[in-house]
Design a protein around this ligand. Sequence first.
Ligand SMILES: Nc1nc2c(ncn2[C@@H]2O[C@H](COP(=O)(O)OP(=O)(O)OP(=O)(O)O)[C@@H](O)[C@H]2O)c(=O)[nH]1
Ligand SMILES: [Mg+2]
Length: 311
Amino acid sequence: MKPVIAVVGGFLGAGKTTLILTAALLLRQRGLRVAAVLNDQGDDLVDTHYAGSLGVTCDQVTGGCFCCRFPDLVEAAGRLLEYQPDVIFAEAVGSCTDIVSTTLRPLLRDHQDRFRIAPLTVVLHPQRIFDNPDLDFLYRSQLAEADLVFERGASVQVWIDRLLSGSVPAGAKTLDIDYARYAEAEAALAWLNARVTAHAAPPISAPMLVGPLLDRLELQIRIVHLKLFTQSDAGYLKAALTANGQDPIVEGALDASPSAKHEILLNLRALAEPESLRAIVEREFAALPARLTWQHVQCFRPSPPVPYHHL
Ligand SMILES: Nc1nc2c(ncn2[C@@H]2O[C@H](COP(=O)(O)OP(=O)(O)OP(=O)(O)O)[C@@H](O)[C@H]2O)c(=O)[nH]1
Ligand SMILES: [Mg+2]
């Protein structure tokens, strides 16, 4: 049997990775092999590290969305064939839309010999309405092209069954989207990815180290999705904020003992100017009770989408 490629889209922080990883575990219980291609405008992805920590085989497309890097998606899926997956989930960038024309239809036209193409799922964001016209535009466009919609709290089993049934057409709805408006909406966002090593003397636990950092960032930045992943000899900790004024959603070693060394990955998507976002993040990291080594930091505004295919 050819492996299924199932593209999962939906807004930043909607729950795409969570859905994919939950589905991966359920499919594994059915004896199926699952892999995932994760996608982001930048590199050093929290999602990839998180999926890896849960034992899901992952590849990634970085530096742009599937639509602009379509050959990279096909290559990444091709590399995953080595693991003989039954299902390959492909998570699109959370600000990306027009996925049917740029990704599903090219897959259907050119790659059905190697893959079975599942319908496009769009994950609903719990917020539904954003108090920002750019975010609303992206979100509405994403929903308009969905073959399947997944809402938090719904049964993942039922979703998987529909997704794999073959009875829901793939790529049935295309958008007539104004690319200038789309580019403008994406450009309202700033993307920051950082990888930092923190050496703490005396040692400190991950929650004690990053908890106050999240609080301070949250006060100064209009957050769309903040993901932070820390790894130390005491285990991993993942924290996420999908809006301001909420408590972070935390997973992992919450009761971790103190460690002297923490590897921190931060993926932050915010309504901000890249320069000021970076300045705030660097200032707040500098206030941590640790000596820092900045391994990598990138902060940018997404460039206008230029799809590789448009069918
Ligand atoms: N309670 C609850 N929380 C969820 C659910 N799905 C996602 N979350 C939480 O929402 C946050 C964002 O979820 P992700 O799965 O990372 O969202 P995403 O769509 O992959 O986000 P990006 O990759 O940034 O676009 C995480 O902290 C999740 O724990 C859900 O079904 N129920
Ligand atoms: Mg994700």
